[in-house]
Write a protein that binds this ligand. Structure first.
Ligand code: CP3
Length: 365
């Protein structure tokens, strides 16, 4: 730890001018002026890249998340290729749950599949608390990456309690989240016990990443949009708040993201986020009205737009930058993850376009 002249305590290496803490990405998260709008893509490290597919051809997904040299290489691939303003750690939201003792796999083309779904109080007890010793590969990979990345910030992440609970209760991906909601409505006490335990695991997992040196964290509540605002506030918000407020003193910006969350944007901000992720359904100026002036926004190009001809992509990027100017801070991103069929060259062009258009604006003051 170092103390600068203003008495602010900062992590070593983080506070030097030009370091990650002074990068456009972290500055935008903190609603400070930026030389250009920063851009990264959810799921940027993954199947849209041939160099990723080559590495993964012979290594199962969970194993690749547990090999620090592979995590480091895959995390760096999109930074090298696209020149994005931030890296996101290559991992998966179920990695800490597996480390907590739950038998699961990530099945290609399907997603996480849980051997014995969580349905009873005894099942909840099977989720053990985790410490750094349970995820040494994450600690090691983050430390390596911070060195390799230099001034480029690294984003750590975890799944939020609701989205994790959905995989655990359903046993796999679900369109309706019917079993999850049945448990939530039918046995609120058990539901809260499950989510409290998942919040503990998530908080511990994010703390490991922060102690190892990530510059920001993103809490993915991808499936929270399945709930009404009232149910979100009653069944989910207290647990996501436990995670995000538990990181309040960690000095790294906290991003909170979900899909289909137009009605939840205000509540998701209240959970303790510095930045609220917005999917493509809500224009960023409307989202900013809902979230309020004390938070930045992240988003929100429809990932499917990247499959359209370039003039369509360009027009959408321009629109999003324009609408993002109404927010006190804007991190350009997609409204959800990169689709595997995306042409990586289009992603590279989007990064260049976002930088070019937004730095022209910055020059004009
Ligand atoms: O670049 C990055 O964003 C970092 C890596 C990352 C992965 N998963 C790698 C991955 C991140 C941030 C995640 C988060 C994640 N995982 C979420 C939240 C984000 C979101 O998309 O909503 C969720 C819901 C999961 C669960 C999960 N894991 C799904 C739905 C899938 C896809 C299933 C499929 O094959 O279509 C996975 C597998 C997964 N996670 C892959 C990758 C690169 C694909 C594995 C492969 O290459 O076969």
């Amino acid at each position: 730890m170092t103390t600068d002249t203003t008495g602010t305590v900062a992590r070593d290496g983080d506070s030097r001018p030009g370091g990650p803490a002074d990068s456009p990405f972290i500055r935008a998260c903190r609603r400070r002026p930026v030389p250009h709008t920063p851009v990264w893509f959810m799921r940027q490290a993954g199947r849209s890249l041939p160099e990723y597919r080559e590495i993964r051809a012979s290594v199962p997904m969970l194993e690749s998340c547990r090999r620090p040299e592979l995590v480091t290489e895959i995390t760096l691939q999109p930074v090298r290729r696209h020149g994005v303003d931030a890296a996101i750690l290559f991992s998966d939201i179920v990695v800490p749950v597996a480390a907590a003792g739950i038998d699961l796999d990530i099945v290609p083309g399907t997603g996480p599949v849980v051997a014995e779904p969580i349905r009873t109080a005894a099942d909840v007890q099977r989720i053990r608390p985790i410490t750094r010793e349970d995820v040494p590969y994450v600690d090691e990979a983050v430390r390596q990456l911070v060195v390799e990345l230099g001034d480029t910030p690294l984003i750590g992440f975890a799944g939020a309690p609701f989205t994790l609970a959905s995989y655990l209760v359903e046993g796999g991906p679900s369109r309706t989240h019917a079993k999850t909601k049945a448990l939530m409505y039918g046995d609120p006490e058990l539901w809260h016990a499950l989510c409290a335990r998942l919040a503990d695991v998530t908080l511990a997992f994010l703390r490991v990443q922060i102690e190892a040196g990530v510059s920001a964290v993103q809490l993915f509540d991808s499936w929270a949009g399945a709930l009404s605002e009232a149910d979100y506030r009653r069944f989910v918000l207290p647990h996501s708040t436990a995670v995000l407020s538990g990181l309040a003193h960690a000095e790294v910006p906290r991003i909170h993201f979900g899909v289909g969350t137009a009605e939840l944007l205000g509540a998701m901000g209240e959970a303790g986020a510095d930045v609220v992720g917005v999917d493509w359904r809500t224009p960023l100026d409307v989202a900013t009205d809902r979230i309020g002036p004390d938070k930045a926004v992240q988003g929100n190009l429809d990932p499917c737009v990247l499959l359209a001809p370039w003039p369509v992509v360009e027009a959408e990027v321009r629109r999003i930058l324009e609408q993002g100017r109404t927010a006190p801070g804007h991190v350009f991103n997609l409204g959800h993850g990169v689709l595997p069929e995306t042409d990586p060259d289009v992603l590279t062009r989007v990064v260049a376009l976002v930088h070019e258009l937004s730095s022209r604006r910055a020059d004009q003051g």
